[in-house]
Design a protein around this ligand. Structure first.
Ligand code: C2E
Ligand code: MG
Ligand code: MG
Ligand code: MG
Length: 284
């Protein structure tokens, strides 16, 4: 049996898997250095109110800028960071940097900065204290920092997660569920944790067609449920006017997507914000 196992293992090392394994190893070895050398950077993607089309917030999305200027996307290093525990220092850096940027941005305009949290961060005791520490270090009001978690985090019935949620709520930090609708079928956690916002996953947005009422069935159901639980809705990945119109008709409150703004470096976002302020508000 051992021999068979060995052969099976050998069989799995296709060139593709080999390449992926060495990519992972490269990422793991270099991510540590990246953290120490300040190679991480936050991009900001604007979020808008549907009714007025006014900018109401931004999601902070981490990028890894290589010494040669090229960017590595989070899909390539966040999973590795989660597996190796590096997500803890990385996630803490993201929180601190997001608060630092939020304190600068709040001088221009009242807005909300959303930060993604990994399940690994949520399961570690003391997260709420770290958040409180960064908020006070940069004098950011708790209402201005929104934390995004995925459904799987809320399905976790550990005491640590429940305690952290309770502390964050007590502090007044808003909470959003990211990629909503892609995770679990049980929704009982929505009442248990009192979430502020549901982010409708891109997969339900990209299928929206104005000539097909059925295409919006899932988005409509999410928006209806959010309304009855007094939660806000934000649609992710809005790329076309058609999708925007469908979402507006369904009563979705906020949108984020390439249609109205891509994730951009901080300086570009400040310019974007200033230009945005010149656009007259659309009457509702
Ligand atoms: P997410 O939180 O769901 O972020 C939305 C992703 O969709 C971002 O990809 C964004 O660039 C992309 N996106 C936004 N608008 C559109 C659109 O109109 N069309 C399309 N096709 N895509 C759009 P990104 O920046 O590559 O981030 C991927 C994921 O990495 C994020 O998904 C999030 O789960 C994770 N991530 C990013 N930054 C952090 C971080 O600081 N900490 C943690 N733990 N995870 C992060
Ligand atoms: Mg997110
Ligand atoms: Mg998402
Ligand atoms: Mg995601």
């Amino acid at each position: 049996a051992a021999k068979d196992g060995g052969r099976a293992t050998y069989h799995f090392f296709t060139p593709e898997l080999n390449r992926r394994a060495s990519d992972r190893m490269w990422t793991e070895n270099n991510l540590r250095r990246a953290l120490a050398n300040n190679e991480l950077e936050l991009f900001f993607q604007p979020q808008f109110a549907v009714g007025s089309r006014r900018l109401v917030g931004a999601e902070a999305l981490v990028r890894w800028r290589q010494p040669d200027g090229s960017l590595i996307m989070p899909g390539q290093f966040i999973p590795v960071a989660e597996d190796t525990g590096l997500i803890l220092p990385l996630g803490d850096w993201v929180l601190g940097e997001a608060c630092r940027r939020a304190s600068e941005l709040l001088k221009h305009q009242d807005l909300l900065i959303a930060v993604n949290l990994s399940a690994v961060q949520m399961r570690r005791p003391g997260l709420a204290d770290r958040v409180a520490g960064w908020l006070s270090a940069y004098n950011v009001p708790p209402e201005a920092l929104e934390l995004e978690v995925t459904e799987s985090v809320l399905m976790d019935d550990s005491d640590v997660v429940a305690e952290t949620f309770a502390q964050l709520r007590e502090m007044g930090v808003p909470l959003a569920i990211d990629d909503f609708g892609t995770g679990y079928s049980s929704l009982s956690y929505l009442k248990r944790f009192r979430v502020d916002k549901l982010k409708i996953d891109r997969s339900f947005v990209c299928e929206l067609k104005s000539d097909d009422p059925d295409s919006g069935a899932i988005a409509e159901a999410i928006i209806g449920m959010a309304r009855s639980l007094r939660m806000q809705t934000l649609a992710e990945g809005v790329e076309t006017e058609e999708q925007f119109t469908c979402l507006a008709n369904l009563g979705c409150e906020q949108i984020q997507g390439y249609l109205l703004g891509r994730p951009m470096p901080y300086d570009d976002f400040v310019t974007f914000l200033k230009n945005q302020a010149l656009v007259p508000e659309v009457a509702e």
